[in-house]
Design a protein around this ligand. Sequence first.
Ligand SMILES: [Zn+2]
Length: 412
Amino acid sequence: MRFSRNLCLAAALAAGVAIAQTPAELMNDAAVRAAFDAARRNEPSVVEQQVKICQIPAPPFKEEVRGKELQRLFESLGLHDVRTDAAGNVIGVRPGKAAHPNLVFAAHLDTVFPEGTDVRVTVEGDILKGPGIGDDCRGLAMMLGVIRALNEAHVETPGTITFVADVGEEGLGDLRGMKQLFGETLKGQIDKFISVDGLGLGITNIGVGSNRYRVTFKGPGGHSFGAFGMANPIQAMGRAIAKIDAFEVPTQPKTTFNVGRVGGGTSVNAIPFEAWMEVDMRSSDPASLKAVDTKFNAALQQAVEEENKRWNNRGPVSVSAELVGVRPAGQTPEKSPIVQTALAVSRAMSINETLREGSTDSNVPMNMGIPAITIGGGGGGSGAHSLNESFDVRESWRGTQRAILLAISLAR
Ligand SMILES: [Zn+2]
């Protein structure tokens, strides 16, 4: 059996045919084994790197200093064509035998923490604590660990791997790094995409999209007694909120809406001249997201019409809705080769994980139909987006090894 298989292999090699190899088969390849050994051996220094990166502040829209450090590290690891694009994404190429398939492997530079946040990391036994230590300093450091292990094991991939430390993943960053990367910098050149975001060994193949609005209602305003009879922006907003509250949305795909913040008015005895609210709507299904968005915009117009009619257009109220955030929705089907490969990698490594949904950098390629998944960076921890964020280093090397096997399996 073994003999005949080797014969086939030899024949195929002689014919220059690429051999399809499963992740389980690749795990027995000498170079892959060497990369696994390197990942485990190097893990303490990967974690050290994680701390160093994390102590460089990277507030939203201010990722530049951390980006410079990643550029330096990409260069020192021998990546080719290391550069920073117009959005601030840092890019480095590890060429394979061919330019395609081109697998992009990314982690995000930015954090949710504003300028001036104390980003020092403390270490207590196996636990590291510091803002961003998991999300996404782990992803950045693990990515560097992958490059280093591939280099030390002299792994040559059939396709190319392009590594990216990207900007604008969090909050109002609005995935601007990915929008630039897929829309401009590497437009049409990306065949597959992996984002490493956060901890653990999960696989995300569903990208929950969101539309976020800041809505402002305006009127002339006046004395609550003297100007009584005038349309009221806060009351108009109340009508709108009541309509939003009554929306029926699908549970599958899960589609949601939320009025998250409200404000306005100047005094209890004044008809306000302004009211505002912030609204977030989400779905993994682009059509469902669009549907709830359409209902929302109609509700605003109806609320204003009703309010103005109620008060005979005296001091009429107007409304404007500013779109402050768009994260496109999408998904990579479970049956797609990239998801099947990721699941096969998990099986080969005895990792028990089910598929998840989330909102990550992968939303952008998923929305464009480019095969994409997001994986955890290994290790454990808690408190993402909080000042008490922690990272548990126990067995974190498994995250690096998983990413190595996945990258090698996909860069072919
Ligand atoms: Zn993240």
